[in-house]
Design a binder for this molecule. Structure first.
Ligand code: MTE
Length: 305
C-alpha cells in the first residue's frame, strides 16, 4: 500500500494543477509511476499490497485504483472524481431488493455485509481499453438474491444508482440520464464470480469507487459495474441500461470483454494495464472464459455485444 509520503507528494502535484486535466498529463503520470528509473520511493514501482491474481498478475497500485475513476455523478474527468466525491455521505445506506421475488426486502449495508464478505483479486477491463487488477471485498450477488427468493418468471436483474443531486452534484447536469441503471441476465447475476463489492485492498470502498456498495462482473466491461447501488429488481424483460440508452450501437446489454468485437471507434484487441508499460492482448471474457463461456453457448457474441 502506498506510503503516506508518496501519496501526499502525488496529491500535491495533482493539486498544483501541474498534472491534472489533460490526457497527456495522465499518460505522463502513469509512465512516471511505472518507470523503473528515477529517484526516491517511486523507483520501486507500484505498491501492490502483495495481492496477485491466481495467474500471478500483481494488483494495481491503490493510488491508481482510487484516483483514476469513471463516476459521472461526480465528474466526467477521471482525476476529478476523487476530490469531488470525497465528502459523499454513505451512511446510513439501504438496498431495496424487489420485483419478481417471493420475499421482497430492504437490506441495510450491515445486513448485506453479514451475508459474508469474500476477497477476490479480479482483472478489471474498461471499454476504453485500459485495465487494472483489483483486490475486491464483496458478497456474491447470488447469496443476496437467494434471500429474496426469485420467482420462476424472473429472467433479468435491474440495478439502480442513488439519485440525489444534493449529494451527487453532476446529477444536476444532463451529461447522462439519471439515475445510472444497469442490468444482467439472471444466470449472470447468480454466477459465483459476480460480486456486490463493499471494499477493496482490505478496506471499505471509498466514494470514488462506488461506496458503499457496487456491482463487479469481472468478465464484462467496467461500465456494467454500477456504483452506489440503492435498488435491485428482478424483472421478466431485459431492462434498459444507461450506456446503451446513450449510444446503443456502441454499448450493448451484454458487454462481454471480447478481443474480436471492436467498439465502432476503436479496437478491443489490446489493452493498457494501468501502471505498466505497453499494451497487452485482451483476453476473451477478460480471462474468465473457462468459468463463464457456457452462459453464452449458441449465442452470437457479435450480435449480442
Ligand atoms: N456507476 C455509476 N453510477 N456511474 C458511473 O459513471 N461508471 C462506470 C462504472 N460504474 C459509472 C458507474 C464505468 S464507465 C467504469 S469503467 C467503472 O464504473 C469504473 O470503476 P472504478 O472507477 O472503480 O475503476
Amino acid at each position: 500500500i502506498t506510503n503516506e509520503k508518496d501519496y501526499r507528494n502525488r496529491r500535491a502535484l495533482l493539486r498544483a494543477g501541474i498534472l491534472a486535466g489533460t490526457a497527456a498529463a495522465t499518460t505522463w503520470l502513469y509512465r512516471r509511476l511505472a518507470s523503473p528509473a528515477g529517484s526516491g520511493k517511486e523507483a520501486a514501482g507500484p505498491q501492490t499490497g502483495g495481492y496477485v491474481t491466481p495467474e500471478g498478475e500483481p494488483a494495481t497500485d491503490l493510488y491508481d485504483i482510487t484516483h483514476y475513476n469513471n463516476f459521472y455523478e461526480f465528474s466526467t474527468s477521471k482525476e476529478g472524481v476523487a476530490p469531488r466525491a470525497e465528502r459523499f455521505p454513505t451512511r446510513p445506506w439501504t438496498v431495496e431488493v424487489g420485483g419478481l421475488v417471493h420475499r421482497p426486502r430492504t437490506f441495510d449495508l450491515e445486513e448485506v455485509i453479514r451475508l459474508g464478505v469474500e476477497e477476490r483479486v479480479y482483472r478489471f477491463r474498461c471499454v476504453e481499453a485500459w485495465s487494472m487488477v483489483i483486490p475486491w471485498l464483496g458478497v456474491p450477488l447470488g447469496r443476496l438474491l437467494s434471500q429474496v427468493e426469485p420467482m420462476g418468471s424472473a429472467r433479468f436483474v435491474a440495478f439502480e444508482t442513488l439519485f440525489d443531486p444534493t449529494r451527487m452534484p453532476n446529477q444536476r447536469t444532463q451529461v447522462l440520464p439519471w439515475p445510472y441503471v444497469e442490468g444482467l441476465r439472471l444466470d449472470e447475476a447468480l454466477h459465483p464470480l459476480t460480486l456486490l463489492s463493499t471494499g477493496l485492498y482490505g478496506k471499505a470502498l471509498l466514494p470514488q469507487n462506488g461506496a458503499p456498495i457496487r456491482l463487479v462482473v469481472p468478465w464484462k466491461y467496467g461500465f456494467k459495474s454500477i456504483k452506489s447501488v440503492v435498488r435491485i429488481r428482478l424483472v421478466a424483460e431485459q431492462p434498459p441500461t444507461t450506456w446503451s440508452m446513450v449510444a446503443s450501437d456502441e454499448y450493448g446489454f451484454y458487454s462481454n470483454v471480447h478481443p474480436g468485437v471492436s467498439h465502432p471507434r476503436w479496437s478491443q484487441a489490446r489493452e493498457r494495464r494501468i501502471g505498466s508499460w505497453g499494451m497487452r492482448d485482451t483476453q476473451l471474457f477478460n480471462g474468465y472464459a473457462e468459468e463463464v463461456a457456457s452462459l453464452y453457448t449458441g449465442m452470437d457474441l457479435r450480435q449480442n455485444y
